[in-house]
Design a binder for this molecule. Structure first.
Ligand code: ADP
Length: 485
């Protein structure tokens, strides 16, 4: 099959979160299965052109595009997606993509990603490549199904093309002022947009894409159910209920080439289920780096996260302090984001300098070392579409403490003393009592070495590889194109 994957971030070129992991891995695994997968993303100024040998594409140079009164010229670049035959294409438009971060709050944010949605179709046209599937990801690419029904509806190249829109996080919808419909040059097609939104002065990219994509998916089965409810749907629940027959949940896989404690290039000591004692050396190393005292009998707790309300950081406040005082645990947090959480974590470190280290920022190697060194990993999310870190944690024997929501509910099984089944500690309701109960349970269980080893092994033996999960997407693509190819 010919599959065009469009995304605003793709590993290894640019990443702020799980979306990039997923799209990069999908490109690799689809192409390794023999499919013609082509990926497309913006060429942000942060992308390392030299390192990835990114070159200009001669077939499509100096393309012109207008968004209302604004005119832009862009080019395409390309590079191999590492460890695969998939080609990645980049949209080079410095006026839009040379910014200090991938996402901005600037007034042309809608144009930055409208260009991504449109240039993907232009690329297919200019390279005369008719995709069977255009797989869009999140709001930044959600305009593509609309464009196929409007500005590209007469393009014979796309007559058999089907669109899939994957929701990686419904909390981000790309909602702009309704006037931007003029910038998009779609005002005469206003009927294709949600009337109530437009009437309320808004144009919502994600909602528009969900109205017009042939199929919709999201990144876990539980989240596919949750987003149809008022509690989790962020205003899109009714639309998703209407489209329930076209909505599937497919759990993300993990690229174990990058996330495997037996081969991880970022950790000093490799280990596996058979050599668990080598995990301890990573713990020692991690604590030394953090200038914290190592004690094999006291658990080290790790957390790697965007510091956003979604991630349940407010539950830490008060609970962590209690756990530190009771058990003298160590806590190592890596993350950046909202200032209020940064302030809280800095204050926590000042209050408990012998127990807490907060690394502010984004640091890929350190994220691997924390997984390898931590005994317990925290993800008390308010909501979590899939979540990658708890899956990495299972593989690294960093026993996850999670809330029962979205992909966390689908990947972590609560430990049961009687049966010795389970690989983590799961609390149900989003409140401090629940979080304290689960964390306290984890910390006290840690003191029982045999039980703990069993929990670690249960998790490390689980398989969430893309090798398996990619087949779910292939089945869906095949179902979408049945009779067309
Ligand atoms: P989300 O996409 O909501 O941020 P996920 O758990 O799905 O959450 O994916 C997060 C990804 O980003 C993981 O690969 C995680 O290791 C990585 N990550 C998040 N914050 C950091 C950070 N500060 N430094 C390094 N990696 C990070």
């Amino acid at each position: 099959m010919k599959i065009c994957l469009i995304a605003s971030e793709i590993v290894p070129f640019a990443k702020t979160g799980g979306l990039a992991d997923v799209v990069g891995a999908m490109g690799k695994y689809l192409s390794n299965r023999g499919h013609d997968a082509r990926l497309i993303m913006p060429l942000y100024s942060s992308v390392d052109i030299r390192k990835f040998n990114i070159k200009p594409l001669k077939a499509a140079r100096r393309c012109k595009i207008s968004f209302g009164k604004q005119k832009y010229i862009y080019d395409f670049y390309y590079a191999d997606l590492p460890q695969s035959k998939a080609q990645t294409y980049f949209i080079h438009c410095p006026a839009l993509y040379n910014r200090s971060s991938i996402y901005t709050n600037e007034p042309d944010e809608h144009i930055r990603f409208a260009l991504l949605s449109k240039a993907a179709l232009e690329l297919c046209r200019r390279t005369n490549w008719p995709p069977d599937i255009i797989h869009c990801n999140d709001w930044q690419t959600a305009l593509t199904p609309v464009l196929l029904k409007t500005q590209y509806r007469r393009e014979t190249l796309f007559q058999d093309t089907k669109t899939l829109l994957t929701i990686h996080n419904i909390g981000y919808q790309g909602s702009f002022k309704a006037e931007i419909i003029n910038d998009l040059e779609l005002s005469k097609h206003y009927k294709l947009f949600d009337g109530a939104d437009l009437y309320g002065g808004k144009l919502n990219f994600l909602r528009s894409g969900l109205l017009h994509a042939d199929k919709i998916s999201t990144v876990s089965e539980t989240y596919a159910r949750e987003i149809q409810t008022v509690e989790y749907g962020e205003g899109l629940q009714e639309l998703l209920q209407k489209r329930a027959a076209d909505l599937t949940g497919i759990l993300n896989g993990v690229d174990y080439d990058a996330w495997n404690p037996e081969t991880d290039k970022h950790i000093p000591y490799h280990y596996s289920v058979k050599s668990l004692s080598d995990k301890k050396k990573n713990k020692e190393y991690l604590l030394r780096q953090a200038s914290l005292k190592y004690d094999s009998k006291k658990p080290t707790i790790g957390m790697i996260t965007r510091l956003a309300a979604q991630k349940g950081l407010e539950l830490l406040d008060g609970v962590i302090e209690k756990i530190i005082v009771q058990y003298d645990i160590k806590l190592i947090v890596l993350g950046s984001g909202d200032e209020q959480y940064e302030r809280y974590l800095k204050a926590l470190q000042l209050q408990y300098p012998k127990n807490v280290v907060f690394y502010q920022g984004y640091n890929e190697p350190l994220s691997h070392l924390i997984e390898a060194g931590a005994d317990i990993f925290l993800m008390p999310s308010r909501y979590e579409p899939c979540g990658m870190n708890q899956i990495f944690s299972l593989k690294y024997g960093a026993v996850p403490v999670v809330r029962k929501t979205g992909g966390l509910a689908d990947t972590v099984e609560h430990y049961n003393w009687e049966t010795q089944r389970g690989d983590g500690f799961v609390f149900e309701h989003f409140n401090k009592d629940g979080f304290y109960w689960a964390l306290d349970y984890a910390v006290t269980t840690f003191l029982h070495r045999q039980a703990w080893k069993k929990i670690m092994k249960n998790g490390m033996r689980k398989d969430f590889s893309w090798d398996r999960q990619i087949q779910r997407y292939i089945d869906l693509y095949e179902q979408m194109t049945k009779g067309k190819r």
